[in-house]
Design a protein around this ligand. Structure first.
Ligand SMILES: Nc1ncnc2c1ncn2[C@@H]1O[C@H](COP(=O)(O)OP(=O)(O)OP(=O)(O)O)[C@@H](O)[C@H]1O
Length: 285
């Protein structure tokens, strides 16, 4: 796989994605002709109305959508392509997905609330390493896990704890440490601060920004939370019903809103809403 130094780590070129028809449900086009790129070391924020295709894009870029069983609703690239770290995702063979996912960290939606309840923090963070090499040196693994825990600013005393013993914000940090344990070149984070107490939300957002600067990965961060986007992303892309309706710096997008959804967004933010999720902008503004 080519590294970020050779070009843009994420390139979407007229990407269209469809969920095929299943039983009585007709086929659904979730993404329509998206084109944009993420530069080396850039964090791109991704905003959009409910059902606009943000998670579909996140799952696709993370490689997990391509790995899903057809019975779970596997989306297909029906037009254009997404190229991540030089790897075209259109028609990528399944056997290549483990190597692909090695380079692309993924923090799924609800990651904090879906950590395995019967594993310790150390086991959860170390699992991606052992999944790839079950004979990985135990001492090296312990050192790597402890480094990651320290990296997300949690005390080593948490290593032997179980998820239920942690707060939501602490669980999210564990999920983040796990997503970064393989040292990915790209991070895809889907709502990394959703469901986290307001008081620690900004701390988690700052932490993502700090980790990104320390480890210089490129990232796509889905969030409805403007302070979170401001502290992590210079540019944002806005989706509405599967289409890209705006892209630019946060101020460029909000100061000159062209699309009705972006206008509604900018108006709502002017009215003092920081978390866009609070709003019922609806998919057909
Ligand atoms: N497995 C699936 N099978 C069929 N359609 C799906 C599947 N998953 C999502 N969709 C549809 O694709 C569209 C985009 O969904 P997606 O979850 O990507 O949107 P989103 O922007 O992440 O929404 P939210 O903000 O509510 O999480 C929606 O219309 C959704 O109903």
């Amino acid at each position: 796989m080519r590294g970020a130094a050779h070009g843009y780590p994420i390139v979407l070129d007229d990407l269209s994605v469809e969920y095929p028809a299943r039983g009585p449900s007709p086929a659904h086009v979730a993404l329509h002709g998206l084109s944009f790129s993420v530069a080396p070391g850039e964090v791109l924020g991704l905003l959009g109305s409910a059902g606009s295709g943000k998670s579909t894009l996140a799952r696709l870029l993370a490689g997990v959508a391509l790995d899903a069983r057809a019975s779970e609703g596997r989306p297909l690239i029906t037009g254009g392509d997404a190229t991540v770290l030089g790897q075209s995702l259109r028609g990528i063979p399944k056997r290549k997905l483990p190597e692909y996912q090695f380079h692309v960290g993924y923090l799924p939606q609800d990651a904090a609330s879906t950590l395995p309840a019967d594993r310790t923090v150390a086991e959860i963070i170390g699992e991606p390493i052992l999944e790839r090499d079950h004979r990985y040196n135990a001492r090296a693994l312990a050192t790597r896990v402890a480094t990651m825990l320290d990296g997300v600013r949690l005390p080593l005393g948490k290593l032997e704890m179980y998820p239920y013993e942690l707060s939501g914000g602490q669980r999210q940090r564990v999920a983040l440490a796990r997503a970064l344990v393989l040292g990915p070149s790209v991070l895809i984070a889907d709502e990394p601060t959703a469901g986290i107490d307001l008081t620690v939300r900004d701390v988690v957002a700052q932490l993502i920004g700090e980790l990104q600067r320390e480890h210089t990965f490129s990232a796509v961060i889905i969030s409805h939370d403007l302070p979170v986007l401001r502290s992590t992303a210079k540019r944002v892309a806005v989706l509405d019903r599967g289409r890209l309706v705006a892209i630019g710096t946060i101020d460029e997008v909000l100061d000159d809103p062209q699309h009705p959804y972006v206008k509604a967004l900018a108006g709502a933010l002017d009215a003092g809403h920081a978390v866009i999720d609070d709003l019922d902008l609806g998919p057909s503004v």
